[in-house]
Design a protein around this ligand. Sequence first.
Ligand code: BG6
Ligand code: MG
Length: 216
Amino acid sequence: MSSIKACIFDLDGVIVDTVPAHYIAWKTIANELGIPFDKTQNEQLKGVSRIKSMKKILALGNVEMPEEEIKALTKKKNKIYVEIISKMTPADILPGVEDFLLTLEANNIPKAIGSASRNTPTILKCVGLTNRFDAIVDGNVVSNSKPDPEVFLKGAELLGASPADCVVLEDAISGVKAAKAGGMKCIGVGKPEILKQADLVIPDMTQLTLEKIQNL
Ligand code: BG6
Ligand code: MG
């Protein structure tokens, strides 16, 4: 039995399904540049910061451009994305999430958000979850993006837990790598063949139980 004392949740793809919105926005930008972009390539962008994602797309098309233009495109992508996500409501919280938050609360297990997204405050507000987390660490406060463990290490620190006592819930390859690099347990949410480094993979959040965390 493990000694899990705290839980850190990724946001996009774990708490809310913003993956399609990111995909639509990135695909619009990529196609405007004449760069083909599909869901397999989008998989590689999960968990990756906005600017790094833009640079990965440009690399796919062997396109080079000045830093200022890259920033302008990134801004354009975010405008498309925010237009979609700002319409989110509590109904967009992924199945299983609210029940699991209640379980953690009933067992006095502190929880944090550890996300690369600079839109974290907007999303949490739209879905009504801002006040449910003991700490929120997002792309606005970290300097190194996943797979660097900074976002999760900061979360653990704010929760007053040592990394070895934390479990991270992640849907991204980069996020699983970040959790493991930080010395934490990691439950992947998605497909085992993609989230290979996770300690356990569940298909979705309805499959998460306290028992599974304690047995890691
Ligand atoms: C991550 C997403 O959570 O946040 C990535 O998985 C996204 O796809 C990154 O690029 C940054 O998000 P945002 O909202 O700051 O552009
Ligand atoms: Mg994610």
